[in-house]
Design a protein around this ligand. Structure first.
Ligand code: 2AM
Ligand code: CA
Length: 271
């Protein structure tokens, strides 16, 4: 990153610390073939421990801020305008299956806008960072979304519902609409990393429905700071609906027209 603010440095330090425990646990999980249940419990504990590490680091550095975490829920802070939005382990299913595509996502929200975001992929040692107005970065390299404008050359990421989630018919209809017009669609299972990869130009766009604020908060800022666009797939603010479309500015409108032909989604940009 260029000149990281003290707050961004706090975030980076916290995710690096949480990552150390997760990397250790990821090594263990590959050996844990005893039973699916014990592996599942082990990963839940790893997830909870990572959130505890993040919470103690971030709240120690900024004691007045509020908190919204996937595991620990929400807590108001003395400063009602600022809160951390944290996913300690995004891509839990990959982690559980020994697949190296998972991340830690931390965002700082101020008055409803995301001011700073960090997504860390510890397996690849890739630290994605963004601060409002300061660009998006991967380690020390400035990020730009891809410049592809021909849909036929584009690779998109999406998510598919897991058991019990619902929404499979919609997801399949969307695949049927987009797949014939692009070079490929990937389903990697960490929404936070998918968004970071849009920012990095590795994906030309990403969409998924019914996510949570902690899955997307940091990633949306990364996309915006890398010159991409985002919106909600259903009426409302994307941070509330969790149904997100993000893409480079060249193909954004065409992808949007394929995914929500019946309506124009509200708001193109985060914040
Ligand atoms: P998670 O790993 O933190 O749960 C991918 O489709 C996205 O959906 C990921 O960001 C993932 O976040 C989320 N996800 C996958 N399985 C999930 C589950 N069983 N419950 C809630 N969210 C899930
Ligand atoms: Ca998540």
């Amino acid at each position: 990153m260029s000149t990281a603010s003290p707050t961004l440095n706090v975030m980076i330090k916290a995710v690096r610390r949480a990552a150390r425990g997760l990397v250790r646990d990821f090594g263990e999980v590959e050996n844990l073939q005893v039973s699916t249940k014990s592996a599942g419990d082990f990963v839940s504990r790893a997830d909870t421990r990572a959130e505890q590490v993040l919470r103690s680091e971030l709240m120690e550095a900024r004691p007045n801020y509020g908190w919204l975490g996937e595991e620990g829920g929400g807590a108001a802070g003395k400063d009602p305008t600022r809160r951390w939005i944290v996913d300690p382990l995004d891509g839990t299913t990959n982690f559980l299956h020994g697949q190296p595509q998972w991340s830690i996502s931390v965002a700082l929200e101020h008055k409803g806008r995301i001011e700073a975001g960090v997504i860390y992929d510890p397996v690849k040692d890739e630290m994605f960072t963004a601060e409002k107005g300061q660009g998006a970065w991967l380690n020390d390299r400035r990020l730009r979304v891809s410049a592809r404008r021909d849909m036929l050359t584009c690779v998109f990421a999406t998510g598919l519902p897991f058991a019990g989630k619902g929404g499979l018919p919609t997801a399949l209809a969307e695949l049927a609409r987009v797949a014939p017009h692009c070079a490929g669609i990937r389903r990697y299972g960490s929404a936070a990393l998918d968004l970071a990869w849009v920012a990095a130009g590795r994906f030309d766009g990403f969409w998924e429905r019914d996510l949570h604020a902690w899955d997307i908060a940091a990633g949306l800022l990364l996309v915006q700071e890398a010159g991409g666009l985002s919106c909600s797939l259903v009426p409302g603010e994307v941070m509330e609906t969790g149904s997100v479309l993000a893409a480079n500015a060249e193909v954004f409108d065409r992808l949007k027209a394929m995914l929500i032909p019946e309506q124009v989604a509200t708001g193109n940009r985060v914040g």
